[in-house]
Write a protein that binds this ligand. Structure first.
Ligand code: IMP
Length: 419
């Protein structure tokens, strides 16, 4: 079975730990979009691993871990990540990198800093990893791709063009010669992993191997379907898999949507159920809601059912994976948003325009908290009745079954709900 795992909110839903868990049962794990803006955290016996570019299945030996063409790769960061995995005795032999994935260049990070500064109060709040400008170059047809790092003549020519179009235009103080030699060296170090990953994945599928497609960020950060312009620059939803890997839609069997049992957002942009005050602080501290890539505190809010239904519409979800239930353990009452009030009317559909979303007020239902520790529970049936009622309400609102539930960051903290 080939399964897509996507975030249904604004990222940070806990996809890393879900991928790690599901990786046991598959042959390959494939990233299809995003770059080192992602930070996927996996905890094994108290040891914390944060993946930015390497698929989160790498901790399971013998699996193919593939970085597809839809990812933008910062080769310096990728090599550092591989080095740190090697130093921790993790086997990285199964890694493969698409020769068509685009490269994040030093000028991308500089341009992003300049643009964010120039936007002033209207900034996006990006991760400053150069991801947006790298995707911009891809679409503008001047991007440098992984395969180009293996060919000095091609790389030099492309750098010439980009220096005229970008580095000189933005008056960046960068040395073309240094960049050329550094990026050729990166190419040399990555050579053994570089291949046509579309051929590889399609061959695996033909051999009936099982594949997990690992989404980064979340549906509401999707370049088309997210809260534009407060989004990332890639297609984060399930539709992005085909483009970002080079497979046809008929090869996908199942789509899993990961959601926290509350909501968080990092960076700027509207967030209807955001909580200001004590309860928001409790969620932030108990949930350790600080960005895995930038360390920025995440904004916290109540669970938003409008968003869940929207994520289902965009991704065609089959099942939900809910995470971080234990974070709500101390609350005596919990709110859940079922619809928005917009211009004095209740609406159930997520509004397409950010200006309209800013005018939406959440309509809440209030439920009693369970005020019991759930972090050690290992069976759904053993959860407090009030916690089960909360989860059932999410299932009803989303009209989706909960397949898995995460109750603590450790591997054992993820439980299957339905057989
Ligand atoms: P960029 O992807 O760095 O361009 O940032 C664009 C927006 O996406 C900002 O609001 C970031 O905070 C957000 N973002 C990017 N990657 C992640 C992620 O992995 N988790 C959560 N938010 C993210």
């Amino acid at each position: 079975m080939n399964i897509v795992v996507v975030g249904t909110q604004w990222g940070d839903e806990g996809k890393g730990r879900v991928i790690d868990f599901l990786s046991r049962e598959v042959d390959a794990i494939v990233r299809f979009q995003g770059g080192s803006n992602a930070g996927h955290t996996v905890v094994v016996d108290g040891e914390i691993f944060v993946f930015h570019l390497v698929p989160s299945g790498i901790l399971h030996p013998g699996k193919s871990c593939i970085i597809g063409n839809g990812v933008v790769v910062d080769p310096g960061e990728l090599l550092a990540e591989l080095e740190s995995l090697r130093a921790r005795n993790i086997d990285i032999k199964g890694l493969r990198l698409s020769s068509s994935a685009h490269i994040v260049m030093p000028y991308h990070k500089e341009i992003e800093k300049i643009e964010e500064k120039q936007r002033g109060k209207k900034k996006i709040g990006t991760t400053k990893k150069g991801v947006g400008p790298a995707y911009t170059d891809k679409i503008a047809r001047r991007g440098i791709r992984v395969g180009d790092l293996l060919n000095e003549k091609v790389l030099a020519e492309k750098l010439d063009v980009n220096f005229v179009l970008l580095a000189n235009y933005y008056r960046l103080n960068l040395c073309k010669k240094d960049i050329l030699s550094r990026y050729l060296e990166y190419g040399d170090k990555l050579r053994e992993y570089i291949t046509d990953t579309s051929i590889l994945v399609n061959q695996l599928i033909k051999k009936n191997k099982e594949i997990l497609f690992e989404g980064a960020q979340g549906t509401l950060l999707d370049i088309d379907h997210g809260t534009y312009p407060f989004v990332t620059s890639s297609c984060t939803s399930a539709g992005g898999v085909c483009i970002g890997v080079g497979i046809g839609p008929t090869r996908i069997d199942k789509v899993l949507g990961v959601a926290k049992v509350y909501t968080t957002r990092v960076g700027e942009g509207p967030f209807p159920t955001e909580i200001e005050g004590r309860e928001g602080e409790i969620l932030k501290e108990r949930g350790k809601e600080y960005g895995a890539t930038t360390g920025r505190p995440r904004r916290c809010g109540w669970f938003d059912g409008v968003i869940l239904r929207y994520a289902d519409r965009i991704n065609g979800l089959d099942e939900l994976v809910l995470t971080k239930l234990d974070v709500l353990d101390k609350l005596d009452r919990i709110k859940i948003c079922t619809a928005y009030k917009y211009k004095d009317k209740a609406i159930e559909d997520f509004p397409f325009q950010v200006v309209s979303l800013r005018e939406c007020e959440p309509i809440y239902e209030e439920m009693e908290g369970w005020e019991e520790d759930t972090s050690q529970v290992s069976r759904y049936e053993d959860l407090p009745e009030k916690a089960q009622a909360y989860l059932r309400r999410i299932e009803e609102i989303g009209e989706l079954p909960i397949g898995y539930l995460s109750l603590s960051p450790e591997r054992a903290g993820l439980i299957k709900c339905k057989e």
